[in-house]
Write a protein that binds this ligand. Sequence first.
Ligand code: NAD
Length: 487
Amino acid sequence: MALSFDPDATQLPKGHFIGGRYIDAKGGLPMRRPSDAVAYAECPVADADLVDQAVSTAKRALKESGWSTRRPRERTNAMHRWADLIEAEGETLARLEAVSSTRPISQLIQGDVAVTAEQIRFFAEFADKEGSDLVPTGDDSLGLIMTEPYGVVGAITPWNFPLSMAGWKLGPALAAGNAIVLKPSEMTPFSTLYVAELAVRAGIPAGLINIVLGDGRTTGTAITGHPDISKVSFTGSTAAGSAIMANIARTGVKPMTLELGGKSPQIVFADADLTLAANAIASSIVVNAGQACVAGSRIIVEKSTAESLALAILARMQTIKPGPTWDETSDYSPIISERQIDRIDAIVRAAIDAGAECLTGAKRLNRDGYFYAPTLLSHVRQDSPAVVEEIFGPVLTLQTFTDEEEALALADHPTYGLAAGLFTRDLSRAIRLTRRLQAGTVWINRYSRSRDHILPTGGYKQSGIGKDLGRAAYQANRKSKSVLINL
Ligand code: NAD
């Protein structure tokens, strides 16, 4: 199947998607394609009134459709039909995503689209299997913990994996019996709009999924502070997560799930399979040009093996094929925006000025769009900006250690605790260190999620509160009621 396409010929969905139809909107925030920097569209900004309209539509749809009270298997079946349609329309979805985002079309088809359909099926299956609990009480009573959906969930997603992130929010919320008002990133809204349209086409009642477009300040704030949004589920930066907490505190009290930033370490011992470690580490920073929350951007390697590891990573970094996201041969992503590529370069420069040695990269690629070379910096101190800041770009730092304690001390980040990687053939050491690593996910002798979806993901420290994926994500979309019956 030929996947390359002409971005100028791609029909983009127009406006917000509320109550099962597009609401046309003119003007908005200018959008540029990361692959060639061409201005191609504007993203409308929903104001508080439009957000209110989306929330009341969601409430009404929930009531009229009986989505949360009908037989749970009906929710499961409808969501399976939706997943089928996502697969059938995979190419259109992938094009809509590739136009605006940093995701290359081939990776979208094999990865993001396929994984989103899988995850919707995964969550659909909880609807009629995950129940309430009968709990031990005295003989004179019967105790139950019942669970119920929240009602209308407000979700906000980032630009780096737009479709997958929408799936992470929509799948569990819907399976758990809620309606949703979701705001995708103002830089990458199109695939999310289309996935919501596909839900309606698959028979999920109109109005259960509403997509409002806009920025964080106007639209995001209106969602998180709306009195009829009963739960907030957010993925994005720690700074925005903190602003959302403040807005929720100011406007009332409601539960929230926050999936935030990271600066994850990858610890490599001399006994590790070096080829495996080098490939895993390089891939984790080359995929999406390091624009991943879990990017393993800090290499912490046993001194005796640092040079061979660095050489193997450098070799892997040479194999990238940068190119527009709409070219099926491209496998290396652009950076999302001019602002972001400037920020990456500024942090790299500051690190070099502070004494880091550049082994490769540290420059823009000489081509259209916002491409930055894979970069490896060694001799960085623990307080180097390249070690402290979440760069969100293709930049690896390399630090060395001589014993486990030093490795753990270097791995510990003052702010973040999203993920960590560990490469060693010594199982006891792997377990010993895993117990002490301050991270919500630890990968041992690999550095990537699997497609099992059962393992929850979420951060320690300021990398977040609560979990996405796994049973935990389904449960986080239901509240519990304790019932005690006198016998
Ligand atoms: P961002 O925080 O700038 O924006 C994320 C979303 O939040 C966007 O839709 C934006 O419009 C909205 N937003 C911004 N300020 C807001 C506010 N005050 N109130 C409500 N909404 C607001 O993040 P980004 O640049 O789109 O994405 C990159 C960040 O996301 C990185 O920090 C990355 O680590 C993080 N991320 C985390 C995970 C995870 O699972 N932990 C996954 C992907 C991305």
